[in-house]
Write a protein that binds this ligand. Structure first.
Ligand code: CMC
Length: 479
């Protein structure tokens, strides 16, 4: 690494071709005729290596421009692998199909956090720790009661998780391995409790305390649905179906909310604050909020007869087919396949959700339509999950909350990785400034409205405002 932070970039000394097979990329800057050789590591070039490519000493150097991170890796990770073209998802190398069939959510949570499946003894210790952190401080009940009766449970969850940081000031000690594990246990354990409190608050029902005899999902069902019975007994089919859904949602590498957790975590606050940010990102309808949006869409379609007209509107760009499409999967989302397959087991116990027929027909028609196949749009995890949650008697507003409970394990695994990654620094992207150049302040009495506004910038050649440490380059706009 050189003093300016550029790792291993060299200016190629001659015009001679670099031998084929070299793990480098040769770049010729046609502005100057200079050639540069950039190292390729793990199929990537380091964006900082581009900075050496400049027209002169006053030039900031080339940046890469990648809105929405379409082709930018922001970290190395050893947690989750996705092959979007092949429709493959693995946690720590284990295929999602095997984990969904053979494992449990709590075991998968251990795997994500610790990197390996637990021994029997390790699992018992883990189960005990999670179970014994499920209670929340009584004051939390107090302020959750203060929310309006129709407050969205994601808003309640987000703010309550942020508030947890005030209950655990020790969580600021993020460089203590012991503290990190304690906060991890607390967060994974308390999410179902907070989620259930949010649900009960909306119904005006008393909060139910955790039952340590039950499984992770069994206890969550208890906290949601227990009424006057002495002991709540979860239906094993529903308990298992929920457990599988939690496994499927546990992690998904650098998605929008995980990126938010990592970005917030990079400024080194406590993990509760970072996870609250993750919940905020998950809330949106393009991400975790899609499961709620799918249900609303299916209800609005109302009957199979209305599907062709709906698809026409989607193709005309009036609305999206919610639960379809994915930034990474250009094939059937493997999680959607498992969710779809588990629907019947839930319907056998709870009764069939008639929306499934609309969803199946919608999928059939879409997958035969050139609009969707050309764009490689397939059902994603959110397409069928809401139908199952609704069959479990959960309201649509709770769907994304369930996603958040499961994803907390992934967020924490990613946060733990971030905090211990010596390559990471505070996340701080660059920008390409296209605004006005320097101009003098005009007193309000002399402003004439529109006439004083600068011409639009389109079509002008724009160079970046400087940003090197200690430099102050002027923005230049050449007409
Ligand atoms: N319905 C109709 N057209 C779509 C859809 C859709 N659901 N998704 C993408 N497209 C079109 C899009 O209009 C674009 O068309 P064109 O090339 O003509 O402009 C093309 O497909 C590529 O889409 P994109 O918007 O560039 O893709 P993206 O990677 O930026 O967005 C996405 C991915 C998931 C945000 C998007 O597919 C979408 O909005 N889907 C619906 C919302 C949804 O189901 N979200 C859940 C995602 S999976 C679970 C999770 O992450 O939480």
């Amino acid at each position: 690494m050189t003093a300016n932070g550029i790792a291993g970039t060299t200016k190629a000394s001659s015009e001679a071709a670099t031998p084929v097979g070299s793990e480098t990329l040769t770049v010729v800057d046609n502005r100057t005729g200079e050639r540069y050789e950039l190292p390729i590591t793990n199929g990537t070039i380091h964006a900082s290596d581009l900075r050496q490519i400049k027209t002169g000493s006053a030039d900031f150097g080339i940046m890469s421009y990648d809105p929405a991170f379409m082709n930018t890796a922001s970290c190395t990770s050893r947690i989750t692998y996705i092959d979007g073209d092949a429709g493959i998802l693995e946690y720590r190398g284990y295929p999602i199909e095997q984990l969904a069939e053979k494992s449990t959510f709590l075991e998968v949570a251990y795997l994500l956090i610790n990197g390996e499946l637990p021994s029997r003894e390790q699992f018992e210790t883990w189960r005990y720790q999670i179970t014994h952190h499920t209670m929340v401080h009584e004051n939390i009940k107090g302020f959750m009661s203060g929310f309006h009766h129709d407050a969205h449970p994601m808003g309640m969850l987000m703010s309550t998780v942020a508030a947890l940081s005030t209950f655990y000031p020790d969580a600021h000690n993020i460089f203590s391995a012991e503290s990190r594990m304690l906060q991890t246990n607390r967060l994974i354990a308390k999410m179902p409790t907070l989620a259930a409190y949010a649900y009960r608050h909306a119904l005006g029902l008393p909060f139910v305390y955790p039952d340590n005899d039950l499984s992770y999902t069994g206890n969550f069902l208890n906290m949601l649905f227990k009424m006057s019975e002495m002991k709540y007994q979860p239906d094993p089919v529903i308990e298992k179906a929920l457990d599988v859904l939690f496994i499927l949602h546990a992690d998904h590498e650098q998605n929008c909310s995980t990126n938010a957790v990592r970005a917030i975590g990079s400024s080194q606050p406590d993990p509760y604050s970072a996870i609250a940010g993750g919940i905020a990102a998950l809330y949106g309808p393009l991400h975790g909020g899609a499961n709620e949006a799918v249900l609303n869409m299916l209800r609005a379609i109302g009957s199979k007869n209305n599907i062709p007209a709906f698809i026409k509107r989607v193709k005309e760009g009036e609305n999206l087919l919610m639960g379809f499409g994915h930034r990474v999967y250009k094939n059937y989302d493997p999680r959607a396949r498992i969710v779809k397959a588990s629907a019947d087991a839930v319907f056998d116990v709870m009764g069939r959700n008639p929306l499934i027929d609309i969803a199946l027909e919608l999928e059939r028609i879409a997958l035969e339509d050139d609009y969707f196949t050309r764009r490689r749009l397939y059902p994603n995890v959110d397409f069928y999950s809401g139908i199952i949650y609704e069959a479990m008697r959960l309201p649509a507003e709770m769907f994304t909350v369930l996603f958040a409970i499961a994803r907390t394990t992934g967020w924490m695994a990613q946060w733990l990785e971030l905090v211990q990654d010596s390559e990471q620094k505070i996340a701080r992207p660059r920008q390409v400034y296209l605004g006005p150049t320097r101009r003098d302040y005009v007193p309000i009495t002399r402003r004439r409205g529109k006439a004083d506004r600068p011409e639009p910038m389109a079509g002008r050649r724009v160079s970046r405002r400087g940003g090197g440490i200690g430099t102050q380059e002027a923005a230049r706009v050449t007409p």
